[in-house]
Design a protein around this ligand. Structure first.
Ligand SMILES: C[S@@+](CC[C@H](N)C(=O)[O-])C[C@H]1O[C@@H](n2cnc3c(N)ncnc32)[C@H](O)[C@@H]1O
Length: 355
């Protein structure tokens, strides 16, 4: 295995030579150490999945034995102070285009949002992302009366360090057929009411500007008069470079219609029910799913980016960062977590840092 045990003063050197870093210690110590060692403004993407303030104890289970991995019991003041101190230090290490994803649930996410607004600035809040909770069953079928609904989601709070951070729109494969839709909409914009096909609406608006609509009407006329015998509209659109827009008017339909081309992908919104958030592959109690980390790292960082997880648990973030060609820094205070992480990292090259 390509592991080097590094003494406290050496991580910058190790990192400069392309080495990833795994710390086994309290992450506050790790964060302060990284700052001293010149890592300020260097992190491109941080994902953290801290304790949720659930009041529970989490275990590591494998074939032979079960042991406590970590305890999640705090009073709320102490919990928020723990999180605050770490977020302040993490922010210092983030690059100006960097961002942070903080995975929590209903216990503390609202308090953490207020905290993060203070630390990162409300203008740098990007989204609250909703992901599925783990396998816990909804046990409420057995009761005649309930006091609340089953909690079926976690929240990931996404903040950037600065307002100027921009991202390529996150897309996922998703096939949809071409379709015609009504060109009128009931949003009332008088400047978008003009005459087409001899009709100008009295209220609402047409969906596009007049120039764009007239061009699209012309495009459809050309297709209908010259090419419709030889090719479907979709084939014609493909053959003409996939950029033409079309508007048509059918006799018995009140409004003109515009053509929506077929799609092979969709842009993500903040509800991610199409990926699993939890997995149970390592026996580490709170393991997150590779699908979730794949999405965050692949969509919100680029190849070669420096990705960090300071509550790395079983190492899911680090495994995915490695797989996706990112550099990484991980930290956990639990020896169980570090041993599971190391097992999962296999032959990956990294320095295990002993502070
Ligand atoms: C919810 S788990 C993370 C699970 C991880 N995302 C995964 O996929 O396995 C939280 C982790 O934070 C670690 N932790 C809690 N407090 C810490 C601290 N002060 N410093 C470093 N790690 C800490 C715990 O040991 C635990 O492994």
């Amino acid at each position: 295995m390509a592991i080097r045990k590094t003494k406290a003063a050496a991580p910058v050197l190790a990192h400069a030579s392309g080495m990833n870093l795994l710390f086994q210690c309290d992450n506050l110590e790790c964060l302060r150490h990284l700052k001293e060692q010149g890592f300020e403004n260097m992190l491109d993407l941080v994902y953290i999945d801290p304790p949720f303030q659930s009041g529970e104890r989490y275990y590591y289970r494998n074939k032979n034995k079960t042991g406590v991995a970590f305890e999640d019991s705090w009073d709320s003041e102490a919990y928020l102070e723990m999180l605050r101190a770490r977020l302040v230090e993490i922010r210092k290490l983030m690059s100006s285009s960097g961002s942070i994803f903080v995975h929590l649930d209903w216990h503390a996410s609202h308090y953490a949002k207020v905290l993060m607004d203070r630390i990162f600035g409300p203008e740098n809040f990007r989204n609250e992302i909703i992901v599925k909770r783990g396998r816990r069953k909804n046990l409420q079928y057995q009761f005649k009366a309930i006091d609340r609904m089953h909690n079926a989601h976690d929240s990931i709070l996404w903040y950037s360090k600065t307002e100027k951070a921009k991202f390529v729109p996150p897309v996922v494969p998703h096939k949809s057929e071409a379709q015609w839709m009504g060109f009128w909409s009931n949003t009332d914009r008088p400047t978008m009411r003009y005459e087409i096909f001899g009709y100008s609406p009295e209220r609402g608006q047409w969906k596009w500007s007049k120039a764009r609509a007239l061009k699209a009407i012309d495009n459809y006329k050309t297709y209908a008069s010259k090419f419709s015998n030889q090719a479907s509209l979709e084939d014609y659109w493909n053959q003409t470079g996939r950029s033409e827009e079309f508007i048509r008017k059918r006799e018995n339909v009140k409004y003109a219609e515009y053509w929506i081309p077929p799609k092979s992908h969709r842009i993500l919104d903040n509800v991610w029910l199409d990926v699993e958030a939890y997995d149970y592959s390592t026996g580490y109690g709170t393991e997150k799913h590779q699908q979730l980390l794949d999405r965050i790292i692949a969509q919100f960082s680029t190849r070669g980016a420096l990705v960090a997880d300071f509550f790395c648990g079983s190492g899911t973030t680090l495994v995915l960062a490695e797989k996706l060609g990112r550099r990484w820094i991980g930290c956990d205070s639990s020896s169980k977590a570090i041993s599971v992480t190391r097992k999962r990292l296999g032959k990956s090259s990294y320095s295990l840092v002993d502070l």
